[in-house]
Design a protein around this ligand. Structure first.
Ligand SMILES: CC(C)(COP(=O)(O)OP(=O)(O)OC[C@H]1O[C@@H](n2cnc3c(N)ncnc32)[C@H](O)[C@@H]1OP(=O)(O)O)[C@@H](O)C(=O)NCCC(=O)NCCS
Length: 181
C-alpha cells in the first residue's frame, strides 16, 4: 500500500464495487468525468474482471482515509497511458464520497500519486486533462503543483454546449525543485 499523511492507496477489491456504482450514478460526482450512461453493478463487475489484464501500474487504486482505528474508502485514482520511453503517464481521480470534498484530500491524493510516479516508477512527466467547468478539480491540481500547459478546444459536450479541456502537468524537475525548497 502507498501511505500518505491522512490517506492510503490500496488495490481495488470486488467488495468495493457497490460504492463505485453509487458514485458513478451520482450526477454531481460525474459532472467532471466522461460518464453519462447509467452504470449497473454488472457493468462494474465486467470492468473489474478486466483490470487483471492491465499492466500492474495502470490498475486504479482505492483512496482511503484514516478514521480512528480503521480506514474509510472515499474514491479511487490511478495512472493510465503510461509511456515508458517518454517516462510519461496520465492521471485520473474520483472522490465519490462527497462529504470528503473540499478538505484537501484531492490535493493530498494527487501529491501522493505524484510522489509514487516520480520516486517509485521513475516517471518524468505526469499530466491530466480536466474540463474547464470543473473548478474544484482545477484548484486542487494547482495546489498539488500542476502547471497549466494547454487547452483542448471544445473537447467536451455537456449541458447542451461544448466546453474546453485543460491540460495540466508536473515535470520531475519541478517536483525535485519543490522538495528542496
Ligand atoms: C476534483 C476532486 C478530486 C477534488 O478533491 P477535493 O478533495 O474536493 O479537493 P481539495 O479539497 O484538495 O481542493 C479543492 C479546492 O477547490 C476549491 N473549490 C471548491 N469549489 C470551487 C469552485 N466552485 N470554484 C473554485 N474553487 C473551488 C476549494 O475551496 C479548495 O481550494 P482551497 O483549499 O484553496 O480552499 C474531487 O472533488 C472529485 O473527485 N470530484 C468528482 C470527480 C472529479 O471531478 N474528478 C476530477 C476529474 S478531472
Amino acid at each position: 500500500m502507498i501511505y500518505g499523511k491522512r490517506i492510503r492507496l490500496r488495490a481495488i477489491e470486488r467488495e468495493d464495487l457497490p460504492a463505485f456504482v453509487e458514485w458513478l450514478n451520482d450526477p454531481e460526482v460525474i459532472a467532471g468525468l466522461v460518464f453519462h450512461v447509467p452504470m449497473s453493478l454488472e457493468d462494474e463487475g465486467k470492468w473489474f474482471e478486466g483490470l487483471s489484464n492491465r499492466p500492474a501500474e495502470e490498475r486504479p487504486l482505492c483512496i482511503e482515509v484514516k478514521t480512528g482505528e480503521g480506514w474509510h474508502m472515499i474514491g479511487d485514482m490511478g495512472l493510465h497511458n503510461i509511456e515508458w520511453t517518454q517516462r510519461a503517464a496520465e492521471m485520473g481521480i474520483m472522490i465519490g464520497d462527497k462529504s470528503y470534498w473540499n478538505q484537501g484530500y484531492g490535493t493530498e491524493a494527487m501529491t501522493l500519486l505524484l510522489k509514487y510516479g516520480f520516486e517509485t516508477l521513475n516517471l518524468n512527466r505526469m499530466y491530466l486533462r480536466v474540463y474547464e467547468t470543473n473548478l474544484r478539480a482545477i484548484r486542487a491540481y494547482e495546489k498539488a503543483g500542476f502547471v497549466h500547459e494547454g487547452r483542448l478546444r471544445q473537447a467536451l459536450y455537456a449541458d447542451g454546449k461544448y466546453h474546453d479541456a485543460l491540460v495540466m502537468s508536473v515535470l520531475r524537475s519541478e517536483w525535485d525543485a519543490r522538495k528542496t525548497k
